[in-house]
Design a protein around this ligand. Structure first.
Ligand code: BGC
Length: 749
């Protein structure tokens, strides 16, 4: 369709009509389609000029919570439900999911992102996209790429070495692109190694299209494009928002004066036209609000992570779950129980169809008397911001109520997480810390429930708290989900998708976040999150992958086999407790004798499995061979290193229950020898050794001036580390530039 369009029409198609629509080309029968945020709900504004307030739609749990389910099936169901809501609102493309890594706990958009691990983020997002697109609604995988902070977000250059880029920051994108074929991708605001993502031919064309085979539309983030012509040339199809008449004209002129190949513009416009065409398959739908609310509650319940559940002296079991039939009294403390924090701020902010709060849900769940005290004030009831105000009277009232009740449930959390601003620390607000302190002093039977979009420090105050629930931001049905877990209707199975450190300064990103003067150095390299903590053997508060349950699980012996397609690891897992439950079985690989730097262990597969009390399930974890590979900077490609891989199966990155060792055959690689290769490298390479032997053979004889060198182990140690080109300087060396050129030709040809 698009190639027949005029250049002006093509240019118009490659920018939006307004904030939320593509530009129609009526003469060619190309209508406008609606795109809207995303990611955890459909935030469709009634008026295109309104950038923020959406019409009511289900506010599902944000990614910080859904990631903690570690359950791809649940993510598929959420995507599918979002597809229904998109159809009901005539939305063609939903702007999500956001899959960037959580490099630092301070990242302002961490609540919108899944994990510090690319496999977990990639697997979950893949299913979300497949679920959504099963309704002929397109997903937008964002923000491509290396969008890990909000500070100076529209200009900052994320300076990352290529191996880290490939193995960490691009890997989840690769998985989703190749396995779910998202209709659209959104490029990031930031620069990568000095080049704007929106104008980066390496990123958008070489990697995404040529290497990964991506065929969909690449759109810009809102306002990310600095130079339309450069963006189109780099492979960006759609600049948002619109209108951008100036940019459209600049494209026309560039085509006229030869500054832009007209084929490129035509191709990009054709991709937008194809997207519009594809969206036409979508049929209207009306979804069941109650069913979606129930799904939001189910997902939220599965996202909650039980961090601590100690038995108090004299008790046989942990404080939780509470017995719904028990008489007595429960103190519900903290304004968040009544005014929930359930989502973050910025473009993902939803206007929910309804909003549960934990206080009402707890009251409805128990025969006990429930009394409430706010403990602190919050400034805003929207759910995205809540500046905590400390009030001595409120504090005293809450402590008194705790002292006069059988159990105290304390709701605290972070004040605010939002797009546009990074956090300044990971501590709870002072008013919340004071509440915990006073309540635990008044009543040791205290449960703390956290609401937060990114990790909070739990040390040292958690020592005084027997039960601790990580409740993240749980969406509109979070209140009910918290009650479900407190009273045992849901047996917690959430696991941490990000490490909770003892303190911020321990975090691998700490020294280089958020950068300065337009640059942020990714000095933590491959050691993002638990990879850094585990490699440096640093103590953490709660490790990656961790989460308790109301039952317990035992692991049997693991076995592993390696084949041409990768690895398969099996392990029997038994529910050794008295309640049915769900275990997230995690597989971490290490290669202790690796020739390249590697994290001590890396998550390579996981399975979320339902296991009835007393039952044993044989769990199979598979790792595709591609997922074993590291990025080799010498060859500019992925390489599977051969060797003995240790397959650790466990319940967190620090709780490894069974290990199987398996030998993997490596890829055959050959690094071309050059004048700059050392003598050692030449000698290790069979062809190199042969060529070198021919030159040095005679000379290494007794009369040769080099003989003494070759015979002396110390000298040999130095020689082995010396590039051939530098050996010409040694007396008696036959290595002239000409000889070296011949050697290089002989070894490589
Ligand atoms: C955000 C995107 C969002 C877009 C449209 C941008 O500010 O970075 O994630 O989809 O706005 O609201």
């Amino acid at each position: 369709m698009a190639p027949e369009l005029s250049v002006a029409e093509q240019a118009a198609l490659t920018s939006g009509r307004d904030a939320w629509h593509t530009t129609p080309v009526e003469s060619a029968g190309i209508p406008a389609i609606t795109v809207t945020d995303g990611p955890h709900g459909v935030r469709l504004t009634a008026n295109p000029a309104d950038m923020l307030r959406g019409q009511p739609a289900t506010c599902f749990p944000p990614a910080v919570a859904t990631a903690s389910t570690w359950d791809p099936v649940l993510l598929w169901r959420m995507g599918e439900a979002l597809g229904e809501e998109c159809r009901s609102m005539d939305v063609a493309v939903l702007l999500g999911p956001g899959i960037n890594l959580k490099r630092s706990p301070l990242g302002g958009r961490n609540f919108e992102y899944f994990s510090e691990d690319p496999l977990l983020a990639g697997v979950l997002a893949t299913q979300w996209v497949l679920g959504l697109q099963s309704h002929d609604v397109g997903a937008t995988v964002k923000h491509f790429a290396v969008n890990n902070q909000e500070t100076d977000r529209m200009r900052i250059s994320a300076d990352v070495d290529e191996r880290t880029l490939r193995e960490m920051y691009l890997r989840a994108f690769h998985r989703v692109v190749t396995q779910a074929r998202p209709w659209t991708m959104m490029c990031a605001y930031n620069k990568i190694n000095g080049v704007y993502a929106s104008q980066d031919p390496w990123l958008l064309t070489q990697v995404l299209r040529d290497e990964w085979g991506y065929e969909g539309v690449i759109m810009s983030d809102w306002g990310a494009v600095a130079d339309r012509v450069a963006a189109v040339a780099a492979g960006l199809d759609l600049t948002m928002p619109g209108p951008d008449n100036g940019g459209d004209k600049a494209l026309e002129s560039a085509v006229d004066d030869g500054g832009l190949d007209k084929v490129l513009l035509a191709r990009n416009a054709a991709r937008v036209a194809a997207l519009v065409d594809k969206a036409a398959a979508r049929r209207p739908f009306s979804y069941d609000r109650d069913a979606h609310h129930a799904l939001a509650r189910e997902i939220a319940g599965r996202a909650i992570v039980l961090l601590k559940n100690d038995a108090l002296p004299g008790d046989e079991r942990g404080l939780l779950p509470l017995d719904p039939a028990a008489a007595g009294s429960i103190a519900v403390l903290g304004e968040f129980a009544r005014t929930p924090r359930y989502q973050g701020g910025g473009s993902s902010l939803m206007n929910p169809t309804r909003l549960d709060n934990a206080l009402d849900e707890i009251t409805a769940s128990t025969s006990a008397t429930v009394r409430f005290a706010p403990g602190y004030t919050v400034s805003d009831g929207l759910g995205d911001a809540a500046e905590a105000g400390q009030d001595q009277d409120l504090l005293a009232q809450a402590a008194a109520l705790a002292g006069d009740s059988d159990v105290a449930l304390v709701f605290v959390g972070s004040e605010h997480e939002t797009e546009g601003a990074d956090r300044t620390g990971i501590d709870l607000p002072a008013a919340h810390l004071a509440l915990i302190e006073q309540v635990t002093r008044a009543n040791p039977r205290t449960v703390v429930i956290l609401s937060n979009g990114a990790v909070l420090a739990t040390t040292p105050w958690d020592a005084a708290v027997p039960a601790l629930i990580e409740g993240w931001l749980l969406g509109q049905a979070g209140g009910g989900a918290i009650a479900d877990v407190l009273f045992g209707r849901v047996n917690p199975s959430g696991r941490l998708a990000e490490t909770i450190p003892l303190k911020l300064a321990d975090h691998p990103s700490y020294l280089d976040f958020p950068g300065e003067h337009g640059h942020v150095r990714y000095s933590d390299g491959l050691y993002v999150g638990y990879r850094g903590f585990d490699s440096r053997e640093l103590e953490v508060a709660y490790p990656f992958g961790f989460g308790l349950s109301y039952t317990t699980f035992g692991y049997g012996e693991a076995s592993a086999v390696s084949g041409e397609h990768g690895l398969e690891v099996r392990v029997p897992v038994t529910n050794t407790g008295e309640r049915d439950g769900r275990e997230v079985v995690q597989l971490y690989l290490s290669l202790p004798d690796s020739a390249v730097t590697r994290a001590r262990r890396e998550l390579k597969a996981f399975a979320s499995v339902d296991i009835e009390a007393g039952q044993t399930v044989e769990v199979t974890l598979t790792v595709a061979r591609d997922d074993l590979a590291y990025w080799d900077i010498r060859l500019d490609r992925w390489v599977v290193e051969g060797g003995e891989y240790h397959c650790h199966v466990g319940a967190s990155s620090r709780d490894l229950r069974a290990t199987a060792v398996v030998t993997v055959a490596g890829d055959e690689i050959r690094i071309p020898l050059t004048a700059d290769s050392t003598l050692g490298e030449w000698l290790e390479d069979p062809r190199g050794a042969q060529a070198i032997g021919q030159v040095f053979g005679g000379l290494a004889g007794e009369d040769s001036p080099m003989a003494a060198f070759f015979a002396d182990p110390t000298m040999m140690m130095f020689l082995r580390a010396t590039p051939l080109s530098r050996m010409g300087n040694f007396q008696g060396s036959p290595l002239t530039p000409e000889t070296i050129a011949k050697l290089v030709a002989a070894a490589n040809d």
